[in-house]
Ligand binder design. Structure first.
Ligand SMILES: Nc1ncnc2c1ncn2[C@@H]1O[C@H](COP(=O)(O)OP(=O)(O)OP(=O)(O)O)[C@@H](O)[C@H]1O
Length: 254
């Protein structure tokens, strides 16, 4: 693939907090428009990697580049969405969305709100929204900036199963429509297989698996091929290197 087709490149990226070497040697290339999920055991450094890509922290080793330019300082072409939404409780929904933007952005904010199906809540305060609705607002707030890269740090982790599925559908819909590149950190392997073109497994500070998910969209959880991917990735998380891809051959679905 040509150099310019990679939105993001991480080369020999390491991050240490004192003696704790969370990330040791991360090497990644993410193409424009790709949807990549990052999975791995709790504490393996998934959120740390996302923060480095967002420019909220700097690597202690190696470099991250976006479109060939080193990410240094807050990455203006990326937006991040967190598990808790981080809405300002004293601002109405619409004002949460055009936060930090000056001039006539109300129309754009309404449009963003419409794209997540919440235009009727524009004048409400966040406390009157459900968890799922708050995350819709957080998504609209990220979309209004038309990010090249959307960084999703376990954004659906606090939602009930049904709302979570609805949100997965919505995230896929806006990703297809807006054509940004997405990196999703998740504990939920099914969610990774539901949404991602590629699933990356972090362990011991490195990328231990980088697996393409070759299933048509929208993906259906009950399909045997879906379940086979989920099981294979879970196996790798629990026992890295143990299964490799034998399960795929064994099941014969690929
Ligand atoms: N600012 C910090 N200072 C010191 N240690 C930190 C800091 N941020 C993260 N860590 C440590 O780095 C390790 C990785 O944290 P990180 O949040 O990236 O993991 P994670 O894979 O996202 O975990 P989880 O799945 O539980 O959210 C943890 O041991 C954490 O305690």
């Amino acid at each position: 693939m040509k150099e310019e087709q990679f939105v993001l490149k991480a080369e020999h990226v390491g991050k240490a907090y004192g003696d704790l070497h969370v990330l040791k040697d991360i090497n990644l290339q993410i193409a424009k428009g790709e949807f990549v999920a990052v999975v791995g055991k709790s504490g393996c450094g998934k959120s740390t990697l996302l923060r480095l890509i967002a420019g909220l922290e700097q690597p202690t080793e190696g470099t991250i580049t976006q479109n060939g330019e080193k990410v240094a300082g807050t990455n203006g072409r990326a937006r991040m969405m967190f598990q808790d939404g981080r809405l300002l409780p004293w601002k109405k929904v619409i004002d949460n969305i055009d936060l930090g933007l000056t001039g006539g952005f109300k129309d754009k904010a309404m449009e963003a709100l419409r794209s997540v199906g919440l235009e009727d809540k524009a004048k409400h305060y966040p406390q009157f929204l459900s968890g799922g609705q708050k995350q819709r607002v957080a998504l609209a707030r990220a979309l209004i900036h038309e990010p090249e890269l959307l960084l999703l740090d376990e954004p659906l982790g606090a939602l009930d199963a049904l709302t979570r599925m609805e949100m997965q559908n919505l995230i896929e819909e806006v990703w297809i429509k807006n054509q940004f590149t997405a990196i999703l950190v998740t504990h939920d392997v099914e969610e990774a297989v539901r949404l991602a073109d590629r699933v990356i497994l972090l362990a011991d500070g490195e990328v231990k698996m980088d697996k393409a998910i070759s299933l048509p969209r929208p993906r259906i959880r009950t399909q045997p091929a879906f379940a086979a991917y989920t099981e294979g990735i879970l196996g790798e998380i629990l026992n890295p290197g143990f299964q490799q891809y034998d399960r795929r051959k064994a099941i014969g679905k690929f």
